[in-house]
Design a binder for this molecule. Structure first.
Ligand SMILES: [Zn+2]
Length: 97
């Protein structure tokens, strides 16, 4: 059973989450007219074997977007944190108290 350690709710079954995609994709600037760059950012994905950074949303929990590092071979989850840098910094400050 795959359990994702939500930093806000604790470990939860993966059925509570929705996979949102590859967390390593970078998009061109919003005003870019480079069609090739947009095509690659929107449609092309790698299919990595091993460690991979992914976005998941805890839809049946706190609804936060998480950045999860998961091994695609073993499904071992090495880390899970808030996806948004501002939320991640606030979470780190909260846990440091
Ligand atoms: Zn949660």
């Amino acid at each position: 059973m795959l359990r994702i350690p939500c930093p806000f709710c604790g470990p939860r079954d993966h059925a509570e989450f929705t996979y949102l995609g590859d967390a390593t994709v970078t998009y061109p600037p919003i005003d870019s007219t480079d069609q090739r760059a947009w095509y690659e950012a929107v449609y092309l994905r790698d299919n990595p074997r091993g460690p991979h950074k992914e976005l998941w949303q805890h839809v049946n929990g706190c609804r936060m977007w998480l950045a999860v590092e998961r091994d695609t071979m073993t499904h071992e989850i090495k880390s899970a944190t808030a996806a948004h840098p501002g939320t991640r910094a606030a979470l780190a400050a909260e846990t440091a108290r």
